[in-house]
Design a protein around this ligand. Structure first.
Ligand code: ATP
Ligand code: MG
Length: 325
């Protein structure tokens, strides 16, 4: 293992689903690279393919009929696409872990919360029951659940929505993964708990060097937590840059639109939401997929713009930014 090599490289990831209406291209040529300990924000409108990208990286998609996944997913240089399901389940929960968008789907109603957290160290670290129980109590305390010694014996239905979400986060951290994918981890929570979870994730990175892909709609959370940001639109990445660069110097018209739609202190009047809707993934236009909504669209946009470096670590997929062709 080379400490300087990226923890994760995703190359030309494509995911499609066979549906009754035909083929739906959910992810269409995504490239991502994540260094050890880095936090990458993955941002975009509902339905653009963020969760599908995350599930494909965890190899949770592509195992059933009607699900097609192509591309390369390298973790520590090791191609996950070539791993058996048995090898993958060993990796999941030990080296890579995911916080799902819907926390209830990760909790089993018939087992106590403590048992569900303890299960991870028992399976992966051969921990004894006593050690695992102590780890579960510690984890619940770490995610800010009051009286963890008592709560550990309770069932999921005895927890509030916010407590369940924090439990799920505790479960995904209990194995101290090298890579964590957090799919909207704070969206359902109120502001104070949201702040605690953000601190928790930042501590995790600081203390354990965990690399995180943070999927969120909230550009405020991105500004607070992320080192780099990838903006996704209709199945592909339209812009990627270090976080300050993206906020100070957005280049893609879609990114500019997202930033314009943010409330800012001192600004009056209505927010400028981007007009129109993303295209139907079952019927994608040729060329730039943002063109139908773009105020700057011109003839060239009828051809698909590949993503290119525009200087430093800033990449954009837009004909306005291309120097050649
Ligand atoms: N199992 C599936 N079968 C068929 N289509 C699917 C499946 N999972 C996702 N999709 C479709 O793939 C597209 C991308 O979905 P995805 O869940 O990745 O969006 P998202 O960016 O996470 O959105 P949100 O912000 O609302 O969570 C959507 O059109 C969705 O309907
Ligand atoms: Mg999602």
């Amino acid at each position: 293992m080379n400490k300087n090599s990226p923890i994760l490289q995703v190359e030309d990831l494509r995911v499609s689903f066979g549906t009754r209406r035909g083929t739906l291209e959910a992810v269409d040529g995504v490239n991502l690279c994540l260094d050890r300990g880095e936090i990458l924000g993955l941002v975009g409108e509902s339905g653009c393919g963020k969760s599908v990208t995350a599930q494909a990286i965890m190899r949770l998609i592509g195992n059933s009929s009607g699900e097609y996944v192509a591309g390369r997913i390298l973790m520590d240089g090791d191609d996950l696409m070539l791993k058996s399901e048995r090898e993958m389940s060993r990796l999941r929960g030990k080296r890579m872990s995911m916080i799902f968008q819907d926390p209830m789907s990760s909790l089993n109603p018939v087992y106590t919360v403590g048992w569900q957290i303890a299960e991870v160290p028992i399976i992966h670290d051969n921990a004894s029951r006593g050690e695992a129980h102590a780890r579960a109590v510690e984890m619940l305390g770490m995610v800010g659940i009051p009286s963890p010694e008592d709560r550990v014996r309770r069932y999921p239905h005895e927890f509030s929505g916010g407590m369940r979400q924090r439990t799920v986060i505790g479960m995904s951290l209990s194995c101290k993964p090298d890579l964590l994918i957090a799919d909207e981890p704070t969206t359902a929570l109120d502001v104070t708990i949201q702040a605690q979870i953000i601190d928790l994730l930042l501590d995790l990175r600081r203390n354990l060097g965990t690399a995180i892909i943070l999927i969120t709609h909230d550009l405020g959370v991105v500004a607070e937590m992320c080192d780099r940001v990838a903006i996704m639109y209709s199945g592909y990445i339209v812009e990627q840059a270090p976080v300050h660069e993206l906020f100070d110097n957005p280049r893609h018209p879609y990114t500019k639109g997202l930033l314009d739609s943010l409330p800012r202190a001192g600004r009056r009047g209505r927010l400028n939401a981007i007009k129109g809707r993303p295209p139907d993934p079952g019927n994608l236009p040729e060329g730039c997929r943002f063109a139908p909504r773009c105020p700057h669209a011109f003839e060239k946009c009828s051809k698909f713009p590949t993503i290119e470096c525009v200087g430093g670590d800033h990449h954009v997929a837009c004909w306005l930014e291309k120097k050649s062709e």
